[in-house]
Design a protein around this ligand. Structure first.
Ligand code: GBH
Length: 498
């Protein structure tokens, strides 16, 4: 039986985000966020689900930390709700009840031997910033407000929090929030320009928050700060024709640069990828030399969220400057077409479970950025249609998904020298899956949404064992026979968006 050993001190954890788990949306002095407004707009979220109650973590956090301790968890990624600590978005009104909640949570984690890593912005922008200052299009007002919010968090929590993430997946905020409207604030009618402006402002928010940390706190608090970026692997669509193969390879590279390079190039090199500048022309904002300098080297490690893989080939649906309106979509800018292989397993989101794609992505990041501080995988996981307790207890698909992805990460480290230092499973617990509401379950813990009762799934117990032994068994009872678990996945409906 083969067992893969991970490097000593490897950082194993699980992840969540405030709006997806906290609930208590109208309690404890919390202000509204763009997700409160978006989720209450008819037609935006499946079945009209909102995060009003979520999994009630705001009230049940002690029970949740106990569940973490039970599974042997040593690291936990959480996000702070900006409107819970600053209901108007600005520091003129600090909600001490909100601050107290995060203080209690952090203390409870530390008392249980669990180290927190904290995201400052996981999509729940204070609604007042949207209505008064155009949200992520708000330029200097937004950037200054974010830097001030970050400073407050460093002041209040930085004595105990030693790992910070400024932004979660700015690609999603820009593309899904301003490019196709699938997520809050749900805009798309000016997608050809607003998408790139939102992303530009987010990058500057990140750079300024990092500057605040480095100049005012880092020496005394001795922590690290980074951004976390999402990227799926883009594999050139296989073909026998060498000319086509070359075109597919070029298109796949372009897709990686549009998805990841869009943010990682500014953070590591101080500017956008050349191919984006060429294709987008004036629609892509430019950095001043000062901004470039502030961005370059602004991440102490490479935070990566990874979910799936797709085949890529070029597509001439590229319509430079086309109006977005009801028809156009932002995807056309990159000029590629995605497809899947029939042989690939699909998760309940319809995303392809392709473990080797994860390894190729890790290798690509290593080759292009060789990030100081290494790569920390801040999210990876899958949705499984396990909404009845019996299937949750078996949970074969999820266990085997994690096994596959962890084995390829191990290979990246040991055979290809990629410096991966940590891995966080998404998610610790079933939660509010944004535009899919509670219909998709990503958790290692199952939640009964009527009673709020929690139950560790097989994957929680299995992953706890990985953490405890710092190693991965390639064979065990879960991959020997898994008819029910896999059947539940095979019959799962395929999600239609994101
Ligand atoms: C993350 O975003 C979020 O940070 C988190 O809040 C959320 O709950 C979680 O993931 C699950 O959705 O078609 O195979 O190429 C995920 C961003 C972008 C990942 C689109 C999957 C398509 C996969 N996603 N991507 S594929």
């Amino acid at each position: 039986m083969t067992t893969l050993q991970f490097p000593e001190g490897f950082e194993w954890g699980t992840a969540t985000a405030s709006y997806q788990i906290e609930g208590a949306a109208n309690e404890g002095g919390r202000g509204q966020s763009i997700w409160d407004a978006f989720s209450k707009t008819p037609g935006k979220v499946l079945e009209g689900h909102t995060g009003d109650k979520a999994v009630d973590h705001y009230h049940l956090y002690k029970e949740d930390v106990k569940l973490m301790a039970n599974m042997g968890l040593k690291h936990y990624r959480l996000s702070i709700s900006w409107p819970r600590v600053l209901p108007t978005g600005f520091t003129d009104h600090v909600n001490e009840e909100g601050i107290a909640f995060y203080n209690n949570l952090i203390d409870e984690l530390l008392a249980n031997g669990i180290t927190p890593i904290v995201t400052l912005y996981h999509w729940d922008l204070p609604l007042a910033l949207q209505t008064e200052y155009d949200g992520l299009l708000g330029g200097k007002v937004l950037i200054d407000a974010f830097a001030a919010y970050a400073r407050l968090c460093f002041q209040r929590f930085g004595d105990r929090v030693k790992q910070w993430l400024t932004l979660n997946e700015p690609w999603c905020s820009a593309i899904l929030g301003y490019g196709n409207g699938h997520m809050a604030p749900g805009r798309k009618h000016k997608c050809k320009t607003e998408t790139y402006e939102a992303a530009h402002n987010l990058l500057l928010c990140h750079a300024h928050a990092v500057h605040v940390y480095r100049t005012e706190f880092q020496a005394a608090q001795d922590g690290k700060i980074a951004i976390t970026l999402n990227c799926d692997w883009r594999e050139p669509k296989p073909t026998e024709d060498p000319a086509e193969a070359a075109q597919n390879a070029e298109a796949a590279e372009r897709a990686l640069l549009f998805d990841l390079g869009w943010f990682a190039d500014p953070v590591y090199f101080g500017d956008y990828p050349e191919v984006m500048k060429t294709r987008l022309g004036d629609r892509l904002p430019r950095f001043t030399p000062e901004e470039s300098a502030l961005l370059k080297g602004s991440s102490d490690f490479f935070g990566l969220n990874h979910y799936g893989t797709a085949y890529i080939e070029p597509s001439d649906a590229y319509l430079a400057g086309a109006e977005c309106g009801l028809e156009g979509e932002i995807w056309e800018d990159v000029g590629v077409k995605q497809s899947s292989d029939d042989a690939w397993l699909r998760t309940d989101m319809g995303w392809n479970a392709v473990p080797w794609g994860f390894r190729k992505l890790l290798m690509w990041i290593h080759a292009r950025y060789a990030p100081a501080g290494g790569i920390i995988v801040t999210e990876n996981g899958c949705a499984v249609a396990d909404d009845n307790q019996a299937v949750a207890a078996k949970d074969y698909f999820r266990v085997n998904f994690y096994r596959g992805y962890l084995a390829e990460m191990h290979k990246a480290i040991t055979e290809f020298g990629v410096d991966v230092r940590g891995y966080y499973a998404w998610s610790f617990i079933d939660n509010y899956e944004w535009a899919f509401g509670y219909t998709k379950r990503f958790g290692l813990h199952w939640v009964n949404y009527e009673t709020m009762e929690r139950m560790p799934k097989a994957s929680a117990i299995w992953y706890g064992n990985v953490i405890r032994t710092n190693s991965l068994a390639l064979e065990d009872e879960y991959n020997r026979k898994s008819p029910e678990g896999n059947a539940a996945v095979a019959s799962a409906p395929v999600a239609t968006s994101y």
